[in-house]
Design a protein around this ligand. Structure first.
Ligand code: PRP
Ligand code: URA
Length: 212
C-alpha cells in the first residue's frame, strides 16, 4: 500500500512503545511532552547515524591517538511552531551545539492550508544541515511550506523528521521536495474529513500545551 512512498520509518522498539503511550487518549500533557522529547532524541540518534566522520589527532592523558569527529556541515534544528517545539529539546539533548531556527505556521481549519506567521533563522542556513521537526505530517501542507521557506532562505541540505504521518502528507513532501529525506515513527492509515490523521494521536499542539 505504501510501497511508493519515500520515507524511513524508525521502528526502534523504544520509539514504538513510547508512541503507543502518546497515542492513548488518557495520556496527559505532562507525560505526552516528556515522551515526545524522548522520542525526538531517539529519532535524532537514528537520523544522525550516517553523518560523515573524519580523523582528528588528539592527546589523551595517556597517549596521542587518532580519533573520530563529525565532519561536514554543522547542524540546525528548525521546529515548526507550535507543536514542533515539543521535539526541540530532545534534539538539543543530543546535538547541543546546533543553532535553532523557528518557522511559525498554522493550518487554517477550513482550507487546511498553512498560514505563515513567523520566520527567524540563523544567518548561515546555506552552510548547515537543517533538521525540520514537527510531530504531525498530515496533508503535508505545513512541512512542505516550511521546506520551501527554508530553500528560499538559501538552505541546501534539509531533513524532515515527523512523529506520525499520513500517506497523503508523505506523498506531497516527496513530490514537492524529492531532495529531502523524510523520517517518521509511523505512517498511519489515512486522513479524516477534518484533515486529522487516523488513528493518529489527535491535535499534537493541543496535547503538548494543554490547550484542548
Ligand atoms: C499541526 C501540526 C503540523 C500541521 C500538520 O499544526 O503540528 O504543523 O498541523 O498538518 P498538515 O500536514 O496538514 O499541514 P497546527 O496547524 O495545528 O498548529 P499548532 O502546531 O500551532 O497547533
Ligand atoms: N495536526 C495535528 O496536530 N494532528 C493531526 O492529526 C493532523 C494535523
Amino acid at each position: 500500500m505504501n510501497e511508493n512512498l519515500k520515507v524511513t520509518v524508525i521502528d526502534h522498539p523504544l520509539v514504538q512503545h513510547k508512541l503507543t503511550i502518546m497515542r492513548r487518549k488518557e495520556t496527559g500533557s505532562n507525560e505526552f511532552r516528556q515522551l515526545l522529547r524522548e522520542i525526538a532524541m531517539l529519532m535524532g540518534y537514528e537520523i544522525t547515524r550516517n553523518f560523515p566522520l573524519e580523523d582528528v589527532e588528539i592527546e589523551t592523558p595517556v597517549a596521542k591517538c587518532t580519533a573520530k569527529r563529525i565532519a561536514g556541515k554543522k547542524v540546525g534544528i528548525v521546529p515548526i511552531l507550535r507543536a514542533g517545539l515539543g521535539m526541540l529539546d530532545g534534539m538539543l539533548d543530543i546535538v547541543p551545539a546546533a543553532r535553532v531556527g523557528h518557522i511559525g505556521l498554522y493550518r487554517d481549519p477550513k482550507t487546511l492550508k498553512p498560514v505563515e506567521y513567523y520566520c527567524k533563522l540563523p544567518s548561515d542556513v546555506a552552510d548547515r544541515t537543517l533538521i525540520v521537526v514537527d510531530p504531525m505530517l498530515a496533508t503535508g501542507g505545513s512541512s512542505s511550506a516550511a521546506l520551501t521557506m527554508l530553500k528560499e532562505h538559501g538552505a541546501k541540505s534539509l531533513i524532515l523528521m515527523c512523529l506520525v504521518s499520513a500517506p497523503e502528507g508523505v506523498r506531497v513532501v516527496n513530490k514537492e521536495h524529492p531532495d529531502v529525506p523524510v523520517y517518521v515513527a509511523a505512517v498511519d492509515d489515512h486522513l479524516n474529513d477534518k484533515g486529522y490523521i487516523v488513528p493518529g494521536l489527535g491535535d499534537a499542539g493541543d496535547r503538548i500545551f494543554g490547550t484542548l
